[in-house]
Design a protein around this ligand. Structure first.
Ligand code: CMP
Length: 139
């Protein structure tokens, strides 16, 4: 692999800590599965109650998760949309873009296949979902 490509992968790992959880070949695979998506400030990216379409990684920009009492801001490097994918239920909150955003989306079917092949990654994503759910009940 060329140097340029190596640098790109290294940069992805730096931006997305989750990315470093999988081996190099799987990183390549993941990169091919990602679908680019963008949003403008004020745009609703996820709607509470919807069926989940995928897992969103924030490549640039920021979003706000609208919770009962206040909003949680997520910046570049964070991911969202994992809760409904893991539970098999509906989106638990509205997510609004608060800036021009670029996302990398792992679509539901690809998420399911990739996660079943990468238990460590699944665990990391599940842990985040659990932490967030706990945070939301204690609010
Ligand atoms: P999901 O329920 O699929 O859609 C809404 C998303 O908002 C949810 O997945 C999480 O990714 C995200 N979310 C919910 N609660 C929190 C929280 N307390 N902090 C950060 N993100 C959250």
């Amino acid at each position: 692999r060329n140097r340029q490509h190596q640098l790109e992968m290294q940069q992805l790992c730096e931006t997305f800590p989750l990315f470093s959880q999988v081996d190099e070949n799987s990183q390549e695979e993941l990169l091919l599965l990602f679908r680019p998506k963008s949003a403008s400030p004020g745009e609703r990216v996820l709607r509470k109650g919807d069926r989940p379409d995928g897992l969103y990684f924030i490549a640039s920009g920021a979003v706000e998760v609208e919770l009962a009492d206040d909003n949680v801001r997520l910046d570049a490097g964070a991911f969202f949309g994992e809760m409904a994918l893991l539970s098999g239920g509906r989106r638990t909150a509205d997510v609004i873009a608060v800036d021009f955003c670029a996302f990398l989306v792992l679509e539901r079917r690809d998420f399911n296949v990739f996660m079943s092949r990468h238990p460590a990654l699944r665990k990391a994503v599940s842990n985040m979902a659990r932490e967030r759910a706990e945070m939301n009940v204690s609010r």
